[in-house]
Design a protein. Structure first.
Lengths: 168, 272
């Protein structure tokens, strides 16, 4: 990579790494090591294709798509089921925040990786159904079905434990 | 507020809290990962090549390069510029070459191990214009102390155009132990004891050796302390072969006939 391209890439990676890490943390339900691995691999893939990626419409969105695909292929490669790490996400927060975080991450951890990917793309990254479908190489109909089914599962796991901000 | 809205809000609150301690480390790890990918791609896949041969070879195949293969021999730099192919002159099929990749690698590994998942590949230049080729041998080796994935790739670069191997910038690979050796006759050998995910300095280790000779011959080998490159658990503390063993394998004369069988690429400057 030429020096100018590399600087360009480093600027991009530095600007996006935080957001990628947060997405990865949600996908891995708070496993900091795996989240870091996924982001590193995502940035590595972006590096290899940077000359093409850098002129694309939205390199940032592309990076998140790559991340989700890396996550899903990582899940496929790992033949064993979910590996609970017991590791808590890092960072300091209020007790109430910490409880909410654990509850939500616990609940997400009980979903399959693809369900989780759909929810993270739709509700964390605010992607449209169509964009989510493209990222997952799926159809809009399948994404809608998967999304509502995953939300239903979460609802049965979480019950009323999510705060209703309109009431506070 | 619907459950959907509460979930979306909670997800945002949760996500915002998840911040790593050291973002720079991850970026550097990403750059190192990308450079390694690029290095492998350069010595690897020629997209869409019709000459691709992918052959799974059982460990029982008899080595067919016995004339050249000296198991466990620690020899000097391989591949003199003027080596020639087998005396018969008969064309050798890609499948045979792919098998030879595997049997040659097997013949150079310590004999007390078990070999599984052996795959050979022989890719030839695309229409004679692609300067890179990627003959490859890949297998899982277990010396009784844990399975380890091992790969070795060959390439021929235009004479004088090969990128000389250099160790990564410590900013990107702070945990690697890496050395480059100047060999008699002008060859360069890199031995890098690093990690699959460079920023972490723990987890799967990827040790690799790269040999470049003045005539453009390129031999590259990786070994991991896991049965697969990524996504499988670590099976042992370190990969099974020492740096000295890596050196002996990539510099072995056993690769000479195969390197000689890789057509010489045209210099980059004369392409297109």
């Amino acid at each position: 990579m030429r020096a100018a391209d590399e600087q360009d890439y480093l600027d991009f990676a530095t600007a996006r790494v935080g957001a990628l890490y947060r997405s990865a943390s949600l996908l891995t339900t708070g496993d900091p090591h795996l989240a870091e691995d996924l982001v590193q691999e995502t940035l590595g893939r972006m590096y290899v294709h940077w000359r093409h990626v850098s002129v694309a419409d939205n390199p940032a969105a592309y990076a998140h798509t790559v991340l989700v695909r890396v996550f899903l292929s990582h899940r496929r490669r790992r033949s064993s089921a979910e590996q609970p790490t017991g590791a808590l996400p890092e960072g300091v927060a209020t007790e109430e925040d910490a409880t909410l975080r654990l509850t939500l991450l616990d609940a997400l951890a009980r979903l399959g990786p693809r369900d989780r990917a759909v929810l993270v793309l739709r509700y964390w990254e605010d992607r449209s159904v169509e964009e989510t479908a493209r990222a997952l190489r799926s159809s809009a109909g399948a994404v809608r079905t998967q999304s509502s089914r995953a939300l239903g599962r979460l609802r049965s796991i979480l019950g009323d434990s999510l705060p209703d901000l309109t009431r506070s | 507020m619907s459950f959907e809205d509460r979930f979306a809000q909670s997800l945002r609150d949760t996500g915002e809290e998840l911040t790593p301690h050291d973002l720079t480390r991850i970026v550097n790890g990403g750059v190192a990962d990308g450079r390694r990918r690029r290095r492998r791609r350069n010595a690897a896949v020629v997209g869409g090549s019709a000459a691709l041969a992918l052959v799974a070879v059982g460990a029982a195949v008899v080595p067919s390069l016995t004339g050249a293969a000296q198991p466990r021999e620690a020899v000097g730099p391989a591949a003199r510029p003027s080596m020639s192919l087998a005396a018969s002159g008969a064309p050798v099929s890609a499948n045979t070459r792919a098998q030879q990749m595997v049997t040659t690698l097997e013949s150079l590994l310590p004999k007390d191990g078990r070999i599984t998942d052996a795959v050979g590949r022989w890719v030839l230049p695309d229409s004679g214009t692609h300067p890179m080729t990627a003959p490859l041998a890949s297998l899982v080796y277990d010396d009784g102390k844990g399975a380890s994935s091992i790969e070795l790739a060959l390439a021929r670069y235009p004479k004088g155009d090969a990128q000389l191997p250099t160790c990564g910038d410590p900013a990107y690979v702070p945990n690697d132990v890496c050395h480059v050796y100047q060999l008699p006759g002008g060859g360069r050998l890199l031995i890098d004891q690093g990690y699959e995910y460079p920023s972490r300095g723990s987890g799967t280790k990827d040790w690799h050796a790269v040999l470049d000779l003045p005539d453009g011959s390129h031999v590259e080998m990786d070994e991991w302390n896991a049965a697969a490159e990524k996504g499988s658990g670590v099976t042992r503390a370190t990969p099974p072969l020492s740096p000295e063993q890596l050196r002996a394998i990539v510099t072995s004369k056993a690769w000479q006939p195969l390197l000689a069988a890789v057509p010489k690429p045209k210099p980059y400057s004369k392409l297109g």
